[in-house]
Write a protein that binds this ligand. Structure first.
Ligand code: FES
Length: 173
C-alpha cells in the first residue's frame, strides 16, 4: 500500500538547475514490512527526480531526458573509473540512496552553477558530502578526487527492477 502525501521536493531541470517545483512525495507504508514499492516513471517529469523514503532511507529516482544524458556523458572523464553511464544510450532511470558512501550521512543537492560545485570541470549538477568533499553526479557516479587521500565510492542503489515504465523497489532477502 502506498501513502501519498504532498510535499515540496527539490527537482532538477534537464540543465541541472534547481527548478523548485512541487512534486509528490511518495512514502511507502512499511509498518507491516512490504517487500515491494512501485513508482511509475510517468509521474516524474523527464529531466527531473523524485525522492522517496524506502525502508527508512532517502532514495532518489531520476528520470533522465536526452539533455541530461548528454550532460552526464560530458563528464565521463571526471568520474570514478571514467565509468560510462549504466545501460548505455538512454537509461530509463537512475536509482540510488542519497547518502554518502563515506559514513552514510545525507547528501545535499548541488545544482549546476552553484558556487559549491567543484571547479576542475563544468559541473552539471548532482550531490555533495560537505564534510568529506565528495561529489556525485545525477547518475550516482562519484567524481574522482585525484590527489586526495580518500576516494569515495559510487552511490549505492537499493534492490530494484525497471520493468517498462515502472520502478519496483524490493526488500532484500
Ligand atoms: S559521511 Fe557524514 S558528513 Fe561525510
Amino acid at each position: 500500500m502506498l501513502v501519498v502525501s504532498s510535499a515540496t521536493l527539490a527537482t532538477v531541470s534537464c540543465g541541472g538547475l534547481l527548478a523548485g517545483l512541487s512534486l509528490l512525495s511518495l512514502r511507502p507504508a512499511y509498518d507491516k514490512g512490504p517487500s515491494h514499492f512501485q513508482v511509475q516513471l510517468e509521474r516524474i517529469a523527464p529531466g527531473t527526480y523524485v525522492e522517496v523514503e524506502w525502508l527508512g532511507r532517502p532514495v532518489v529516482i531520476v528520470r533522465p531526458d536526452r539533455r541530461m544524458v548528454e550532460d552526464l556523458q560530458s563528464i565521463d572523464a571526471f568520474v570514478l573509473g571514467c565509468a560510462p553511464l549504466p545501460n548505455g544510450g538512454m537509461p530509463g532511470a537512475f536509482v540510488y540512496e542519497r547518502v554518502s558512501t563515506y559514513k552514510g550521512c545525507g547528501l545535499e543537492h548541488i545544482p549546476a552553477g552553484s558556487p559549491l560545485a567543484p571547479t576542475s570541470f563544468q559541473w552539471r549538477g548532482g550531490w555533495r558530502d560537505a564534510c568529506h568533499i565528495g561529489y556525485w553526479d545525477y547518475a550516482g557516479r562519484a567524481v574522482r578526487t585525484d590527489g586526495r587521500a580518500v576516494q569515495l565510492a559510487n552511490l549505492v542503489s537499493p534492490e530494484y527492477t525497471l520493468i517498462g515504465n515502472r520502478i519496483d523497489l524490493k526488500r532484500k532477502n
